[in-house]
Design a protein around this ligand. Sequence first.
Ligand code: GPK
Length: 834
Amino acid sequence: IESQIPLESREIWKKFARKDIKTKEDFEKDFVNHVETSLARSMYNCDNLAAYQASSLAIRDKLIIKWNQTQQTQTMLDQKRVYYMSFEFLMGRAMDNAMINTGLRTPIKESVSELGFSLEDLIEEEPDISIGNGGLGRLAACYLDSFATLNYAAWGYGIRYEYGIFSQKIVNGYQVEYPDYWLTYSNPWEIVRTEIQYPVDFYGYVEEVPVYEGATEKKKVWVGGERVLALAYDFPVPGYGADANVNNLRLWSARPTHEFDFAKFNSGEYQNSVEAQQRAESITAVLYPNDNFDAGKELRLKQQYFWVAASLHDIIRRFKKSKRPWREFPDQVAIQLNDTHPTLCIPELQRVLVDLEGLSWDEAWKIVVRTVGYTNHTVMQEALEKWPLTIFQKLLPRHLEIIYDINFYFLQSVSKKFPGDNNLMTSVSIIEESNPKQVKMANLAVIGSHYVNGVAALHSDLIKLTIFKDLVKVFGGDKFGNVTNGITPRRWLKQANPKLAELISSKLGGDEYLSDLNLLKNLEKYLEDKEFKSKWQEVKTFNKTRLSKLVKDLTGYEIDPTFLFDIQVKRIHEYKRQQMNIFGVIYRYLQLKSCSPEERKKFQPKVSIFAGKAAPGYYMAKRIIKLINNVSQVLNNDPETREYLQCVFIPDYNVSKAEIIIPASDISEHISTAGTEASGTSNMKFVLNAGLLIGTLDGATVEIAREIGEENVFLFGHLSENVDKVRASHLFDVKLPSSLETVFQAIDGDVFGDSHEFKPLLDSIRHHSDFYIVSDDFNSYLEAQRLIDETFKGDHDIWIRKCITSVANMGFFSSDRAVEEYAEMIWNIEPLSK
Ligand code: GPK
């Protein structure tokens, strides 16, 4: 590797090369050093926050050493690299994860205590890195963990939003949003790369210029109208294992350029000129808080282009250092589009290759398609990104032209193959001839990539039958496939559930299963081991007690760890059907109310636990939150029933709360209308943490049932292939089952507060055709709940065996397996040898 340091100077460099942290003493020395110099504090004013920061900086130093080695090795080996383009990364906390992955948690815990602090307190000082909405962003974070652990040369690229997903407070039962400025105390985990800054242009116009000076042949170029700088921030991503790689997550932040608007300056408009520059920073200020919903705002398109242009610039700069010809680009670079958000990679790469690098259209297009892969995460229409041509034209005039050309050549080939099939042409076109006309990003993503995958088997089948049906006709089915999602067992077992991880290690003879999750299978040997099973139960009780404390702190409600914990935590969405869950809770409450104190004793005591954010503009979702909170208030204060049934809504669901909530479940709910939840990933986390599922045959729940045995999942509801038929039967009339009728009567009768507030929710079911088929699935849902009660109340040994068997068969759902499938099927890369 090139270096400007002369040979005779290198000895000093080597002599003083930074040494790794290996012993407790190394850590303690670094800790004190950071307190005194980096933080300019001392023994006399070091509080928990400072101690957290100093610990993080010390651990970060360690990661950086390894990070440098990893990058050098990757550059030297000159191997193909993967770039995972994700608009969201829901990372959660970094410090605990870094300690676990590097294997230093135990010595650091001792050191911290010797230095006068408690490690648990320091961990609590760290704000979550919440620059994502939900499943899609968390998936990206799990994949980064697996890339590093498996030794792939794979980076993440994203945006360094200054405000992550809003924090949620509950006031009088309503969701209130507060800004999440997570950088208040700075972020010890990021390294600002002041040397890595790229200009990004917007607006402007397209000009025709000679292909070279003096030539008569012309080419088109874009003359940008507004320029900002993209500044890189790097986050080290440590793999699991003492000697593992440290990979990189690079996030872009928008800055003003140094270029000054002299016209304005000279005309005395200094103030305006500076203000215009400052607006640059607003591009990366805030994450859009929608999940599974496209609002089509100009600033969002601006964010997308900003991030895509900067990342591609960076990727191309790295490629150019290898001095290879352009046609080898796809052998050196794989770009994965995490949903359509980074689809501008396609026209932007085409523009760079044709307009700036002088390749022919066809040469360039081959390179683009071979480089890019696209992952789809939803089939729901309202979530598919479409941009009005007017916005596009104004912001990215040259890209729109390129898209028109891509579409022109594409449609030309379609009409050759399917002459006269106008419906097909309309459906596969990138441009939607609606009013206003729009660019369909999903079509562009399919056309411009070599492989398209869904995120669970059912979902990947569905995309071929629904949104991409006609594109399958054109390209053939082989371009479309499946990679079922996965989760990292490092965070979602070892970090979230240390007691269970320890118990498993004690039986499997070590931690190897954390990087080879199929080893869990060996747990089945202990199904008859009484001592093991009683320890298993102790772990669950410990985790339920831990959650009860959190619930008390956050809601004031006291819940009883001996109750059955029934949990539904995820974004609030009509398709996820939290409304059906709360209707079920109400039904149970009404049953309890109507029976005698003696009869009540037969009920399995249960607490229903909810958490999740609603998009700020999502009216129905907010009504659902209000209903859950009102129901909680009635139930938890009813002396007749509260010994049998309680309900809580935990505010501000995020990754670090998930780590407490998930290990405490007996049952968790994954009850989306079949065919709507692409995969779900919390379903995997819950089972891995020894909880059972109630669910519809949707997303990855289908495969979980396949792996752990259908007898271990409480399945209910209509199948995805029947949903359309059921919906069609609602056209004139929705028939409510009497169970649901009773629930609605209670709500209408103000049992849970002013019924006007919930009328829209009930009306969407009884009067507006019940799109999510709650009325059709409700009785089957109640029946599954009845079966759960019976099983849980019955021989508890049977329950525990179900849980152990389930955990033992979860190996498939490791994100390591998922990432290996991407590497083999889509990216064509091998892990680097160490
Ligand atoms: C899908 F389309 C989207 C979206 O905008 N946001 C998001 O989180 C989720 N998703 C799906 O809803 C989940 O079923 C899936 O497990 C997750 O993406 C990861 O694939």
